[in-house]
Design a protein around this ligand. Structure first.
Ligand code: ATR
Length: 483
């Protein structure tokens, strides 16, 4: 018996992907560095299935159909390089290595260049959906050597999540590190979505004094409308969940958030590309601030708490505004995320299909939502759409919900409830629609102290001027450069 694909790395994601592939009629050879795990798997969850246990990379490669496909599901970082170093020498030109871990897209670009230099094909694929998704249908975002796509497509599209019309949440993303880049932005957006929901929860809890069950009812109602999404659904379930003593478990969980780094990478990339992905960056920093628990406890002792004034108006109307604010901020967050994708595509010469990226995220993954169907429609209608908020549907939606967002942020600011993601959405939206920002003054300051020059509104773009502001500076301008 020959295997259709080999998989290295039998941790949670690897095991579940193998079982998913097997259930779709594929035969899989498996290998893991700690080989006991291979036997434990083939005699445990994998028993009686079309799964071949291999005790060395050589054994794994020997049982694969050609061209060989080896998918690596090990910890991101040096473990991927170690595994490639073991597998690649055993392969022939035209064989394919797929990295399905959470690799940094720049690592993927480096590995791709190295392996293509040896005649191998390399794919870096985003895999999202956690354990459940890996088993029953993940969102898959493959990119890299395009010649590999026809070979992996039947397997990938078979195991991927499907949307209502049966389309798989998996398509070819693009060359280079495009697959892992798209996965990185997905994770950044996930940080943003989670932070937005957390801020709305904070306001319901502290400004409206709602109980977890009352909040769960609101999230349940929201999940039937435009906010219908996996994260809103699990928030509803979390809020209803009771600890052994019958009290809501959410109230007992320490408010110090962890993170594994992909949100941070999105932020760093956004800064590198000069794209204002403000909401995701705020979401990352909000986790950092939450993690400083001791410092916050100390701060309250020294500085006191914000006023914490309760909301005095109509509760029902305010809850409605919270839902609208969440929706408007979410539109803005996705607009920012797609701006980053567009900039990366320009930078690296990737031709990204934004509608198909939205479809890949539509099911299977953590950010899956009805809303992504709308995004797909917007990009399908106008593939060259430069900004999501310019699409007629989203422009109308964001404007319709703008006053609710403004109202919610205003109330939060007045009572001292931190809403960095909601407010950054509003700031970005206001900034985007301000024709004349105060950057004329920044340019004057830069020219004053550093002779950095400026452009003038009464002259064509691209002509730079320097003023001798103090009378004793020289008339030599510094060379212009763009960061
Ligand atoms: P999880 O968090 O779900 O356990 P992970 O830490 O991302 O998953 O990945 C763990 C996998 O990476 C395991 O298969 C592990 O192999 P072992 O079972 O032998 O520990 C694999 N792994 C980690 N470092 C590795 C390395 N340097 N070379 C090969 N495989 C490695």
């Amino acid at each position: 018996m020959k295997a259709d694909i080999g998989l290295v790395g039998l941790a949670v994601m690897g095991e579940n992907l193998v079982l998913n592939m097997e259930s779709h009629g594929f035969t899989i050879a498996v290998y893991n560095r700690t080989v006991e795990k291979v036997d434990a798997f083939t005699s445990g969850r994998g028993a009686g299935k079309h799964i071949i246990g291999a005790h060395s990379p050589k054994e794994l490669v020997a049982v694969l159909k050609k061209p060989r496909i080896v998918m690596i599901m090990v910890r991101a970082g040096s473990a991927v390089d170690d595994t490639i170093a073991q597998i690649a020498p055993l392969l022939e030109p035209g064989d394919i290595i797929v990295d399905g871990g959470n690799s940094n897209y720049q690592d993927t670009m480096r590995r791709l260049a190295e392996l293509e230099g040896k005649g191998l094909l390399y794919v870096g694929t985003g895999v999202s959906g956690g354990e459940e998704g890996a088993l029953n249908g993940p969102s898959l975002m493959p990119g890299g050597s395009e010649a590999a796509w026809p070979h992996i497509k039947p397997i990938f599209q078979a195991i991927a999540a499907k949307v209502d019309d049966g389309s798989p949440c998996c398509d070819w993303v693009g060359p280079g590190g495009a697959g892992h880049f798209v996965k990185m932005v997905h994770n950044g957006i996930e940080y943003g979505d989670m932070q937005l929901i957390a801020e709305v929860y904070h306001m319901m809890r502290d400004q409206l004094g709602m109980t977890p069950d009352e909040m769960a009812d609101v999230f349940e109602a929201w999940n039937k409308g435009e906010l219908d999404s996996y994260l809103v659904a699990i928030t509803r379930d979390i809020l209803r969940f009771k600890d052994e003593d019958g009290l809501p478990i959410v109230d007992k969980i320490l408010d110090a958030a962890g993170q594994k780094g992909t949100g941070k990478w999105t932020g760093i990339t956004a800064l590198d590309f000069s794209v204002p992905v403000t909401l995701i960056v705020e979401a990352v920093f909000a986790r950092c601030l939450s993690a400083m628990k001791d410092e916050r406890v100390r701060a309250v002792k020294i500085l006191g708490k914000p006023s914490g004034a309760r909301f005095k108006g109509s509760r029902g109307a305010f809850i409605e505004d919270l839902g609208k604010a969440l929706y408007a901020a979410k539109i803005i967050s996705y607009a920012q995320g797609f701006m980053l994708l567009r900039e990366a595509a320009a930078e690296y010469g990737w031709k990204l299909n934004y509608g198909s990226i939205a479809l890949m995220w539509r099911g299977g993954c953590i950010i899956r939502s009805r809303f992504l169907g709308r995004i797909k429609e917007a990009f399908d209608a106008e593939p060259s759409l430069s900004n999501l908020v310019f699409a007629p549907f989203f422009a109308a939606q964001v404007l319709e919900n703008e006053s609710a967002l403004r109202n919610v942020v205003g109330e939060a600011v007045a009572s001292g409830i931190p809403v960095p993601a909601l407010s950054s959405a509003l700031e970005w939206f206001d900034g985007l629609r301000t024709e004349r920002l105060p950057a004329n003054l920044l340019q004057a300051q830069r020219d004053y102290f550093g002779a950095h020059t400026y452009e003038r509104i009464d002259k064509p773009r691209g002509e730079f001027f320097h003023t001798n502001w103090t009378g004793h500076g020289g008339s030599t301008a510094a060379s212009t450069y763009v960061v």
